[in-house]
Design a protein around this ligand. Structure first.
Ligand SMILES: *[C@@H]1O[C@H](CO)[C@@H](O)[C@H](O)[C@H]1NC(C)=O
Ligand SMILES: *[C@@H]1O[C@H](CO)[C@@H](O)[C@H](O)[C@H]1NC(C)=O
Ligand SMILES: *[C@@H]1O[C@H](CO)[C@@H](O)[C@H](O)[C@H]1NC(C)=O
Ligand SMILES: *[C@@H]1O[C@H](CO)[C@@H](O)[C@H](O)[C@H]1NC(C)=O
Ligand SMILES: *[C@@H]1O[C@H](CO)[C@@H](O)[C@H](O)[C@H]1NC(C)=O
Ligand SMILES: *[C@@H]1O[C@H](CO)[C@@H](O)[C@H](O)[C@H]1NC(C)=O
Ligand SMILES: *[C@@H]1O[C@H](CO)[C@@H](O)[C@H](O)[C@H]1NC(C)=O
Ligand SMILES: *[C@@H]1O[C@H](CO)[C@@H](O)[C@H](O)[C@H]1NC(C)=O
Ligand SMILES: *[C@@H]1O[C@H](CO)[C@@H](O)[C@H](O)[C@H]1NC(C)=O
Ligand SMILES: *[C@@H]1O[C@H](CO)[C@@H](O)[C@H](O)[C@H]1NC(C)=O
Ligand SMILES: *[C@@H]1O[C@H](CO)[C@@H](O)[C@H](O)[C@H]1NC(C)=O
Ligand SMILES: *[C@@H]1O[C@H](CO)[C@@H](O)[C@H](O)[C@H]1NC(C)=O
Length: 790
C-alpha cells in the first residue's frame, strides 16, 4: 500500500495545529457550560454586539456588560469571556443565579492580547496571542510548577479539574501542569505522540495526533478513554466530562459519545443532527446545531426541569466574529449577517485537507482556479462536491477515501452525481436534521433517470450526442504522454492537459489525480456512464462541451473542447496575461458581452437542460473564452471527478468557492438556481472592477470581497469610482450600458435569493446593455458632429 505511506508523508509535514478550537470542560468556544449550576451560555448571533446570554435554572439571563465577546469558557461555578480583540477577560459567578450574574474583570491590557481562554474547575488560563506564553489566574502559586511552564510557547491549551494541558507550538508535544498529580501522569502518557489538538476533561485528555489517530490518556475509570475505532481524521473536535468523552465526526457533523455505564452519555436526540461545536459539563454535553444554531444538551446530568433537551437560547454564533477575513480555511458565507456587520467574518474550522494549501495553478484555458485572495485558502471542504480544490488536496482527499474506505461505499457514485443535478423547482435543499437525505437522493436520481430514458428514446442518436470513449493510449499520445509542456492547468480534482487527437481535434483532457479510484468505478460504472451520457448531450454555444471520457484500469479522464483563449479569470487577474492579449477584453462592450454569453450558458442549464442543472460553482475561472472570444461556461456536473460527498454532507460545508458562494445557500441550506445568479453577479462585479472576488485593498490591507467593495459605490451612484481603470471610463452612451450592467450585478448579489433576478431576466438586461453599447457609438459620433458643426 504505497498510498498509505504517501498520505502519511504529506500529512506529517503539516504539523501545525489548525484544527477547530478545542471544546470541553475548559476551552474557549462560543458556548460554555457551567456545571454546578447547570448553566449554558452562548455568544448570540445577529445582534449588534456579540453579547452573551445564558440559560440557568429556568430563566434566560442577558449577561452584562452588553458588549462583544469572542470566546467564552465555563468551569464549575464561574465562566469567563474574552472581549473581542482579546484585550480584556471578564468572569461571572453563576452561583447565586438571580436575574444577573456578578462580574469581575480578571485581565485588561490593550497591548498584550489574549487568546485560548480555558477555564477548568476554578482555574482560569489563557495564552498571549502573540507569544503563546501561558498565564493562569485564581490558582495557587505553585500551580504552574516552578516557572518552567511560564517560558514555554503553546499553540493551544485546555483545562480539566485541577490541571491544564498545552500543546507546544514548536514540537506539537503535550505538556501538563496543575495542582494534582494527574498533570504529570497525563503528560508522560502523551510522551510518544505529536498532537494536532487536545481537549481536557475531568481527569483525562483526548486529541488527534498528527497522523489523525484519536489518542485519549488519563483516567479510564468509566471507560472514557475507550474511543470507538475510527479511521484517521474521522473526528474533528472533542468535548470531555468527568466520566465521558464526545467527538464530532468531520464527515457529517454527527456526535459520538463514550464512557459511563451503558450508553448513558449518548442520546437519541442527537441522531441525525449535525453539530458545529460541542462542550461538556462534568456529566452532560451540549452542542450547537448546524442547521439552526440552537443548542441542545443531553446526558445523565442534564435535567432542566421540563425534561427538554433544547436550551431556550437565541441563535448562537458558530465561531468568533473576526475583523478580517484572513481565515485559513474560508469563512461562513453568511457570517456578515450572523455578526451583523459587513466587515466581520466567522472563520470556518479547518479540517485536515485544508491544512494542505493547494499550490497556485498555472494559467489554464480549461481549468478551475484558486480564486481566493492571497492568504485565503479556500473554504472548500474535504467532502466538497464540485469546486476547485487544488492538486495536493485532491490527491489527499482521494487517498484518504481509498485508505479509509470511507468514501468508497457502494452508494457513493450516486451521491456524487446527485447534488449536482438538482431540480430547480421544488428548492432542492441540502439535508437538514429533519430531512432524510437518502430519499432526497433517490428522488432526484429517479427524476434524472426518467428524463434520461425519455431522452434516450428521443430522436437524436447522432455521433456527437454521445460521449466518446477513448483509449488511454490515444489520450496519452494526444498529450505527448501527459508531458508538462501540455499541462494547461489544474482543475477540480485533476490536471488539465492540452491535447491533439489523431483526427486533428484540439481538446482539453482532464486526468483524475488518482490512480486509486478503480474500485468505485468498477462498482458503479453504469451511474458514471449515464451521468457522462447526460452531460455530453448538453449542447450550447455558451457551454464547454464534454467530448468524451476514458475509463481504463485505474485511469479516468474527461475530454473537453479546447478553449483557445483560456479562462476569464486569467485575463482579468493574471498579471502576465493582462499585458499580452487581454486588451481584447479591455472594452466595456466586450465585458458586457462576456457577461451576456455566460448568462446565456447558465440560462440554458437552468431553463432548457432536462433535468435542469444548477452549476453551483460559477466563477471567473469557470468561464472560458474560445477562439472567437465567445465566453463559455465550463465545469458543470463535474462531480464525477471529485471525491464523493458523504451521503449526508454537512450543509454548512457547502460546495463552491470563497467569494462566490450564495450567502443564502449556507444560511438556509437552500440550493436554488439563485445561487448561480449570485455567482454570476460576483463575476459581473469582477468584470466591472477588475478586482478578484476577494482581494486585498491596498498594501497590507485586509481582504475584502468585491461585493462589499462595489455594492456601496453602485448604490451611491459613484460607479466610476470603482470601474476597472484598465478599461477606462465609459464614453457617453456606453455609460448607460455599464450602469445597467452594474445594476444587474447589484441585484444578482442581493442577500435574499428571491430578490435576485432569474437568469432569463439577466439575459434580457444584458442584451439591452449590449444594444445600448452598440447605439452609443452612433450617438457619440453624431454628438461630435453636431458639436463640430456648431
Ligand atoms: C445591546 O446594546 C445594543 C446597542 O449597543 C442594543 O442595540 C441591544 O438592544 C442591546 N441588547 C441587549 C440585550 O441589551
Ligand atoms: C461565587 O459565588 C458564591 C456565592 O455567591 C460564592 O460562594 C463562591 O465562592 C463564588 N465563586 C467564586 C469562584 O468566586
Ligand atoms: C444570593 O442572592 C440572594 C437574593 O437573590 C441574596 O439574598 C443573597 O445574599 C445572595 N448570596 C450571596 C452570597 O451573594
Ligand atoms: C500590559 O502588560 C505589559 C507587560 O506585562 C506591561 O508592561 C504594561 O504596563 C501593561 N499595560 C497595561 C495598560 O496594564
Ligand atoms: C489559540 O486558539 C486558536 C484556535 O482557537 C488558534 O488558532 C491560535 O493559534 C491559538 N494560539 C494562540 C497562541 O493564539
Ligand atoms: C521544576 O520542574 C521540573 C520538571 O517539572 C522538576 O524536574 C524540577 O525538580 C522542579 N524544580 C523545582 C525547584 O521545583
Ligand atoms: C521548543 O521550544 C522550547 C521552549 O519553548 C525549547 O526549549 C525547545 O528547545 C524547542 N524545541 C525545538 C525542537 O525547537
Ligand atoms: C499517532 O497514533 C498512532 C496510533 O496510536 C501511532 O501509530 C502513530 O505513530 C502516532 N503518530 C504520531 C505522529 O504521534
Ligand atoms: C478503558 O476502559 C474500558 C472499559 O471500561 C476498556 O474497554 C478499555 O480498553 C480501556 N482503555 C484503556 C486505554 O485503558
Ligand atoms: C428516545 O428514547 C426514548 C427512550 O429511550 C424514547 O421514549 C423516545 O421516544 C426516543 N425518541 C426518539 C426521537 O426516538
Ligand atoms: C454520520 O456518519 C456516520 C457514519 O459515518 C453515521 O453512522 C451517522 O448516522 C451519520 N450521521 C448523520 C447525522 O448523518
Ligand atoms: C463518575 O463515575 C463515578 C463512578 O464510576 C461516580 O462515582 C462519579 O460520581 C461520576 N462523576 C460524575 C461527575 O458523574
Amino acid at each position: 500500500m504505497t498510498t498509505v505511506s504517501f498520505t502519511i508523508i504529506i500529512l506529517s509535514i503539516s504539523v501545525t495545529s489548525l484544527f477547530s478550537p478545542a471544546n470541553s470542560l475548559g476551552s474557549g468556544s462560543t458556548i460554555a457550560v457551567i456545571s454546578d449550576t447547570k448553566t449554558v451560555c452562548g455568544i448570540v448571533a445577529g445582534e449588534q454586539n456579540q453579547l452573551i446570554q445564558c440559560y440557568s435554572q429556568g430563566q434566560t439571563i442577558s449577561v452584562l456588560p452588553n458588549v462583544s465577546f469572542e470566546s467564552i469558557s465555563g468551569g464549575d461555578s464561574v465562566f469567563c469571556g474574552l472581549r473581542s480583540g482579546g484585550y480584556s477577560l471578564q468572569c461571572w459567578n453563576t452561583s447565586n443565579s438571580s436575574s444577573s450574574f456578578p462580574q469581575r474583570r480578571v485581565y485588561y491590557n490593550d497591548t498584550f492580547l489574549l487568546s485560548n481562554v480555558s477555564v477548568g474547575d476554578s482555574q482560569i488560563c489563557a495564552l498571549s496571542r502573540d507569544t503563546g506564553f501561558v498565564k493562569c489566574w485564581r490558582v495557587k502559586d505553585d500551580y504552574m510548577g516552578n516557572s518552567s511552564i511560564g517560558i514555554l510557547q503553546f499553540e493551544s491549551i485546555s483545562s480539566g479539574l485541577g490541571f491544564t494541558c498545552g500543546l507546544l507550538a514548536n514540537t506539537s508535544r503535550v505538556r501538563c501542569w496543575g495542582s494534582n498529580s494527574i498533570a504529570s501522569s497525563i503528560e508522560s502518557q502523551f510522551e510518544d505522540f505529536q498532537m494536532l489538538s487536545i481537549v481536557a476533561g475531568g481527569s483525562h485528555v483526548c486529541g488527534i495526533n498528527t497522523t489523525g489517530f484519536v489518542i485519549c490518556k488519563g483516567s479510564n475509570s468509566s471507560g472514557q478513554l475507550a474511543s470507538p475505532k475510527v479511521p484517521p481524521f474521522e473526528f474533528g473536535s472533542f468535548a470531555l466530562g468527568v466520566n465521558h468523552s464526545c467527538a464530532i465526526r468531520e464527515s457529517n457533523g454527527s456526535v459520538v459519545c463514550w464512557g459511563g455505564s451503558g450508553s448513558e452519555f449518548s442520546s437519541n436526540v442527537t441522531d441525525g443532527i449535525s453539530f458545529e461545536v460541542i462542550v461538556a459539563g462534568l456529566d452532560f454535553t451540549c452542542g450547537l446545531i448546524t442547521a439552526n444554531l440552537s443548542v441542545i444538551c443531553w446526558g445523565p446530568g442534564w435535567n432542566n426541569g421540563e425534561g427538554s433537551n433544547l436550551v431556550p437560547l437565541p441563535a448562537i454564533l458558530p465561531g468568533p466574529c473576526v475583523q478580517s477575513s484572513s481565515c485559513k480555511c474560508g469563512i461562513y458565507t453568511n457570517s456578515q449577517v450572523l455578526c451583523s456587520s459587513s466587515s466581520y467574518f466567522i472563520c470556518k474550522p479547518c479540517n485536515y485537507i485544508e491544512i494542505l494549501s493547494p499550490p497556485a495553478p498555472p494559467p489554464s484555458p480549461s481549468a478551475s482556479h484558486d480564486d481566493s485572495g492571497d492568504k485565503l485558502s479556500k473554504g472548500l471542504l474535504a467532502f466538497g462536491i464540485v469546486g476547485s480544490i487544488g492538486i495536493v488536496a485532491g490527491i489527499c482527499t482521494i487517498v484518504y477515501c481509498v485508505w479509509t474506505g470511507v468514501c468508497c461505499g457502494n452508494k457513493r457514485i450516486h451521491n456524487t452525481v446527485q447534488p449536482t443535478i438538482s431540480a430547480i423547482n421544488g428548492n432542492t435543499t441540502a439535508p437538514t436534521s429533519n430531512s432524510s437525505p437518502p430519499s432526497r437522493s433517490s428522488t432526484i436520481r429517479r427524476q434524472g433517470s426518467r428524463i434520461m430514458r425519455r431522452q434516450r428514446s428521443g430522436t437524436s442518436s447522432k455521433h456527437a450526442d454521445r460521449a466518446e470513449e477513448f483509449f488511454f493510449k490515444e489520450l496519452a499520445a494526444a498529450t505527448n504522454n501527459f508531458s508538462l509542456e501540455n499541462k494547461i492547468g489544474a482543475g477540480s480534482f485533476g490536471i488539465v492537459y492540452k491535447g491533439k487527437l489523431l483526427d486533428g481535434r484540439e481538446v482539453a483532457i482532464k486526468r483524475g489525480e488518482t490512480q486509486l479510484k478503480t474500485r468505485k468505478f468498477q462498482e458503479k460504472e453504469s451511474a458514471f456512464d449515464s451521468e457522462l451520457a447526460f452531460l455530453s448531450r448538453l449542447h450550447h454555444k455558451h457551454l464547454v462541451r464534454l467530448v468524451g471520457f476514458c475509463q481504463e484500469m485505474d485511469e479516468r479522464l474527461l475530454v473537453y473542447e479546447y478553449m483557445k483563449n483560456g479562462a476569464l479569470y486569467d485575463h482579468l487577474h493574471d498579471k502576465n496575461n493582462v499585458e499580452k492579449c487581454s486588451s481584447f477584453i479591455n472594452s466595456w462592450k466586450m465585458r458586457i458581452k462576456i457577461s451576456l454569453d455566460a448568462a446565456r450558458g447558465i440560462e440554458y442549464l437552468h431553463s432548457y437542460a432536462v433535468p435542469p442543472i444548477i452549476h453551483r460553482d460559477i466563477k471567473s475561472s469557470n468561464i472560458l473564452l474560445d477562439a472567437n472570444w465567445t465566453a463559455r461556461v465550463s465545469d458543470f456536473g463535474l462531480s464525477l471527478m471529485g471525491p464523493e460527498s458523504d451521503q449526508d454532507f454537512r450543509p454548512t460545508k457547502a460546495a463552491g468557492t470563497v467569494g462566490y458562494i450564495d450567502p443564502e445557500y449556507y444560511g438556509l441550506n437552500v440550493l436554488t438556481a439563485k445561487s448561480d445568479v449570485y455567482g454570476l453577479g460576483v463575476v459581473m462585479l469582477e468584470l466591472l472592477t477588475g478586482k478578484r472576488a476577494i482581494f486585498k485593498n491596498g498594501d497590507g490591507g485586509s481582504p475584502i470581497s468585491v461585493v462589499d467593495y462595489a455594492v456601496p459605490a453602485i448604490m451611491e451612484g459613484e460607479l466610476n469610482r470603482i470601474l476597472d481603470a484598465r478599461v477606462g471610463l465609459p464614453e457617453m452612451g456606453e455609460a448607460d450600458a455599464v450602469e445597467l450592467m452594474a445594476y444587474t450585478a447589484l441585484h444578482c448579489v442581493n442577500l435574499e435569493g428571491r430578490e435576485r433576478p432569474s437568469m432569463t431576466d439577466i439575459v434580457s438586461s444584458l442584451e439591452r446593455a449590449l444594444s445600448l453599447c452598440d447605439n452609443s457609438h452612433g450617438s457619440i459620433s453624431s454628438a461630435t458632429i453636431s458639436i463640430v458643426s456648431e
